[in-house]
Design a protein around this ligand. Structure first.
Ligand SMILES: O=c1ccn([C@@H]2O[C@H](COP(=O)(O)O)[C@@H](O)[C@H]2O)c(=O)[nH]1
Length: 305
């Protein structure tokens, strides 16, 4: 699905936010994990089945109000082969419920290996005469700091299958400036990366005015957002850092264009762990996640008015 589809879903729901699915076992209510451990013992299988049950419940609770989900690959890799299946089941369920899926995989490598990553997450792999999509994400996060040959395989999937990318430009973590803000011939490195992202987006325009190549720009860096917004008027921004990492709605306004579009703000722990604040042992995790997603939507929409 193209970035155009994401923009349509954002407009339809009046909600420029994405729910992160960073499914750590501690984030899952005991009534779900306990049941699976009764069935399968203290195993990776029990953990992975708990993750799928939890994710499906969250997706049910959010799919009519939130346009997209962002499963974070790290938490599925943590569960080995069962985690890979849990990720695929989560992606398929989100699609069945009409949500756009951004795989937060932050991959890159030399061209040959990047091709395998791109085919795994966005494209297809061939088994005999049959082509199979291993994961089938609509979009993924990519680390472009290896240069163009490592990004090209992902661009190829965008061209041939109308997929989109979010390239790491300025990440939300506290030490991102150690390298990303270093001067590179008169401009910070993140600005040089933004220039490369603009180049990678050439020829990948869509009718909505945004191209398929977006940028990850941390909510925790409002000043940098402003600079990157000017450098990348046609790129959608994926903005992590709201909520659990301390950024607030006023910190994300610079990521948006004047049309109220141009960015989608992520919250993972804020939504997934909302049940921990209600004092009901997680029995109400769906209601708690929905209430937090609505609160976040209204908070963001008011801030960009
Ligand atoms: O710069 C970045 C890039 C990606 N992330 C990811 O977003 C979520 C944030 O989770 P919260 O619980 O809402 O803090 C997580 O998956 C990160 O890997 C990021 O935080 N910053």
């Amino acid at each position: 699905m193209s970035i155009q589809t994401l923009v349509e879903k954002i407009k339809e729901k009046g909600n420029p936010t994405v729910a992160g699915l960073d499914a750590r076992l501690e984030y899952i209510p005991q009534h779900i994990s306990g049941r699976n451990m009764m069935l399968h013992g203290e195993t990776l299988r029990a953990a992975a089945e708990s993750v799928v049950a939890f994710n499906c419940g969250l997706i049910d609770a959010l799919c009519d109000i939130v346009p997209a989900v962002k499963p974070q690959a790290a938490y599925y890799e943590l569960l080995g082969s069962y985690g890979a299946m849990a990720l695929k089941e989560t992606i398929d369920y989100a699609h069945a419920k009409g949500m756009y899926v951004i795989g937060d995989i932050k991959r890159n490598d030399i061209g040959a290996t990047a091709t395998a990553y791109a085919e795994a997450y966005l494209g297809k792999t061939r088994v005999g005469d049959t082509e199979i999509a291993p994961y089938g994400c609509d979009s993924v996060t990519v680390n472009g700091y290896l240069g163009t040959d490592g990004v090209e395989p992902f661009l190829k999937e965008c061209r041939s299958r109308e997929k989109s990318l979010f390239m790491l430009v300025k990440t939300s973590n506290p030490s991102s400036g150690e390298l990303q803000n270093r001067d590179m011939e008169g401009k910070p490195l993140y600005a040089r990366m933004a220039e490369m992202v603009a180049k990678w987006g050439e020829g990948l325009d869509t009718p909505c005015g945004y191209n398929q190549i977006g940028a990850v720009v941390g909510a925790t860096y409002p000043e940098e957002q402003k600079i990157i917004r000017e450098l990348l008027p046609k790129s959608y921004f994926l903005v992590p850092g709201y909520g659990a990492q301390g950024a607030t709605a006023k910190d994300i306004a610079n990521a948006f264009n004047d049309d109220g579009l141009g960015a989608i703000v992520n919250s993972s722990r804020g939504i997934m762990c909302a049940w921990k604040k209600t004092g009901n042992n997680g029995e109400d995790y769906k209601e708690a996640a929905r209430a937090e997603a609505i609160r976040m939507r209204d908070d963001i929409v008011n801030a960009i008015k």
